[in-house]
Write a protein that binds this ligand. Structure first.
Ligand SMILES: [Zn+2]
Length: 301
């Protein structure tokens, strides 16, 4: 699934070709893309709109129009956007086509069909996004202290807390595993037990993992492509994700795989040892069955 670095790469590539262009024709072939609305009605709303900016929030691509209305695109599992000139090759997975006033096309392809397009009125945009996505991890306002506030009182494993889009916007399975490796934190650590030095490490690690992904135009495992059809290359640089049994870059220990929050999770059992911090272990915590055992945590104090 595309995460922040992939969506940011798509945004950065689409912005120069879309900004200032008008939508002269719109075809939506798949009702699932815009449900509960009618494809023809949504297409009719979009025709004539002129693009003012292409932005991103979390994993959403935000196409802002001069009218101040917005087209909000979420790629979900397998959605991708392409920009092309000339005739379109046959593609059974193409779900929508936007013709621009310079004659080029932006097409949307989606094999699994979980992606969504939603047209929002100006006053609907912020309420819609702020109820679904939390802090932007690359924003200058995002600090280690803010991260600590987001994690305070949360007994969930740190991995689950970071996957929650309302905690931080845009992290998914890949970059959470990569960030936790960089921060040397076990994915099952209860979020609320992470102390201040660890928070600073985690904050730096989250940014470094995401910036590494953006620098390599994201990771192409299967469906993700750039708008010109190219692949990202971050998948060649993963530290832990998908590397079960391979040696850790830092210490040589074979990378282990487990499941956290229902997701395949990779980590280094040595660098990311499973232990509470010295300040850990709130007495009342009992809700999460994924917590490390009490005896192991105490043995490390
Ligand atoms: Zn290691």
């Amino acid at each position: 699934m595309p995460e922040l670095p992939e969506v940011e790469t798509v945004r950065a590539r689409l912005a120069p070709v879309l900004t200032g262009r008008r939508f002269t024709a719109v075809e939506i072939h798949d009702p699932r893309l815009v449900r509960p609305y009618e494809p023809q009605a949504v297409a009719a709303e979009l025709i004539g709109e002129r693009v003012a900016a292409v932005e991103r929030r979390g994993k959403y691509v935000i196409v802002r129009f001069d009218s101040r209305r917005v087209l909000l695109i979420h790629l979900r599992m397998t959605g991708s956007l392409r920009h092309s000139n000339g005739s379109l090759a046959e593609d059974p997975h193409r779900r929508a086509v936007v013709r621009l006033d310079d004659g080029s096309d932006v097409t949307y392809r989606d094999v699994r069909r979980f992606g969504t397009w939603l047209v929002l009125e100006p006053d609907e945009v912020e309420p819609y996004l702020s109820s679904r996505v939390g802090e932007e991890p690359l924003d200058a306002l995002f600090t280690a202290a803010r991260l600590g506030e987001r994690l305070a009182g949360r007994r969930a494993p740190i991995k689950a807390a970071l996957l929650d889009q309302r905690t931080l916007a845009g992290m998914g399975n890949i970059y959470v595993d990569e960030a936790l490796w960089r921060a040397r934190l076990h994915p099952l650590r209860p979020a609320e037990t992470i102390d201040r030095p660890e928070l600073r490490r985690l904050h730096r690690a989250i940014r470094a993992a995401l910036e590494a992904g953006i620098a390599r135009q994201g990771s192409t495992l299967r469906d993700y492509r750039l708008p010109d059809g190219e692949s990202g290359s971050m998948q060649k640089e993963f530290k832990v994700y998908g590397r079960g049994g391979e040696p850790c870059d830092r210490c040589g220990t074979p990378i282990a795989k487990t499941r956290v929050a229902g997701r395949g999770t990779w980590f280094c059992p040595t660098c990311q040892a499973e232990r509470g911090s010295a300040a850990a272990a709130p007495q009342a915590a009992s809700s999460s069955s994924r917590r490390p055992s009490r005896s192991r945590r105490h043995s490390s104090v």
